[in-house]
Design a protein around this ligand. Structure first.
Ligand SMILES: Cc1cc2nc3c(=O)[nH]c(=O)nc-3n(C[C@H](O)[C@H](O)[C@H](O)COP(=O)(O)OP(=O)(O)OC[C@H]3O[C@@H](n4cnc5c(N)ncnc54)[C@H](O)[C@@H]3O)c2cc1C
Length: 353
């Protein structure tokens, strides 16, 4: 029986109706004109309440994958056509970069577009694309005349299939699948940005995703820490609270330090964005530190809770899978190190997500 993805879409639309997608966006397209710092606190609040890393991933793919690229690179007509619906949740978006044979190295992407009169025809396959089963619109990167470029593809375009497989084991509540383009026909008005701008657009979108995806996930981690502290106070070992053991309390201190450090990195990204400054380096640092910290804290949380942490209804083991996925999406930890090294004046440079 086919899976019903409507609840996943409705969940995003519920948050859109509460104004979650309006932050840091101009009023003329339905935004709230707020600062990035306000976006960060709204996402932290959501993560704490929902305890769902997949939901956070889904929202971030929508915002940084489609909403902000349209704002930054769209023509006035494209913005008018798509932004109000993407901001109020009528449309769900995302971005399709990765292919089965090309992940970290975007120079190996093979999806292609050819132009015939007033249309483009896109061919290729994209993999691990967040939101695909629920997306109305995806920003798809493909080569036109050998130049990486961006195109707006709708789910009902002729020759486009937004599938729901394969998926991965982390962040499972974010839907995912392949985008299959078989001579997919779109009007030339759906080219986004200039021909050959694809590489820059990808780096720009991923910078924002790296900077802010841990705003929401830090809310999830706050809940994780609260639970661990609660358990360590309630659980008795040798007649004393579990947390009285220094081996346990030090693990909790480490979790607290990691969480507060993530919050500082994310708020620094917001401060720089609000001051209209570059975040290439700081976003790579934020993503690298945060995803590694999330994994270590998730392992610690399971360990502190003992077998109780592995019970079927416990969320703690799912955070380990989510954290493993977080080290991969938006560019792996190694890729962040390549960026940091390159911007520090050493290493091989970077040209990858
Ligand atoms: C939950 C999730 C959601 C995702 N959502 C999206 C999405 O919405 N859109 C999208 O386009 N993609 C998405 N992706 C794909 C993601 O961007 C890729 O998984 C990522 O770029 C890594 O590519 P890969 O998995 O092919 O690994 P590879 O590139 O094959 O890398 C394998 C390993 O080799 C290492 N490695 C590769 N190159 C280097 C190097 N130069 N130096 C050192 N080490 C290196 C990597 O760090 C990794 O450990 C998602 C992935 C996940 C897990």
């Amino acid at each position: 029986m086919p899976i019903n993805y409507e609840p996943s879409k409705q969940r995003l639309q519920k948050h859109a109706r509460k104004g979650l997608f309006q932050h840091a966006l101009p009023e003329q397209y339905g935004g709230k004109n707020t600062h990035f710092s306000e976006l960060v606190s709204a996402h932290q609040h959501l993560g704490l309440g929902a305890q769902d890393t997949g939901l956070i991933l889904s929202i971030n793919a929508h915002l940084w994958g489609s909403v902000f690229p349209l704002l930054n690179y769209g023509t006035e007509e494209q913005k008018q056509t798509w932004l109000p619906g993407l901001i109020n949740g009528e449309f769900i978006g995302g971005h399709a970069i990765t292919e089965p044979q090309a992940g970290s190295n975007i120079n190996e992407l093979t999806a292609s577009a050819i132009q015939e009169n007033n249309h483009f025809f896109l061919t290729g396959r994209k993999r691990y694309i967040t939101n695909t089963p629920i997306a109305d619109l995806l920003v798809v990167y493909a080569h036109l005349d050998g130049k990486l470029s961006a195109f707006l593809v709708q789910k009902d375009d002729n020759g486009a299939e937004f599938s729901d497989a394969p998926t991965v084991s982390g962040c499972t509540s974010a839907t995912m699948g392949d985008v299959i383009l078989d001579n997919c026909q779109i009007p030339i008005s759906r080219q986004l940005g200039k021909i050959g701008m694809g590489n820059n657009m990808i780096q720009h979108a991923l910078e924002l995703e790296r900077a802010f995806i841990f705003a929401g996930i830090s809310g999830v981690m706050q809940w994780q820490l609260n639970e661990v502290i609660r358990y360590s106070r309630e659980r008795k070992v040798n007649g004393a609270h579990l947390g009285k053991n220094q081996a346990i309390s030090h693990k909790i201190a480490d979790m607290k330090l990691r969480l507060d450090t993530i919050k500082l990195w994310v708020s620094e990204c917001a401060r720089l964005k609000d001051a209209k400054q570059r975040i290439t380096l700081v976003s790579a640092q934020t993503k690298l530190f945060s995803s590694e910290a999330f994994l270590q804290s998730s392992l610690d949380a399971v360990h502190i809770l003992g077998a109780h942490g592995l019970m079927p209804d416990s969320l703690m083991p799912t955070f380990v899978d989510d954290a493993m996925a977080s080290r991969l999406f938006s560019g792996t930890s190694e890729i962040q190190k390549n960026i940091i090294a390159a911007l520090s004046g050493t290493g091989d440079g970077f040209n990858s997500p």
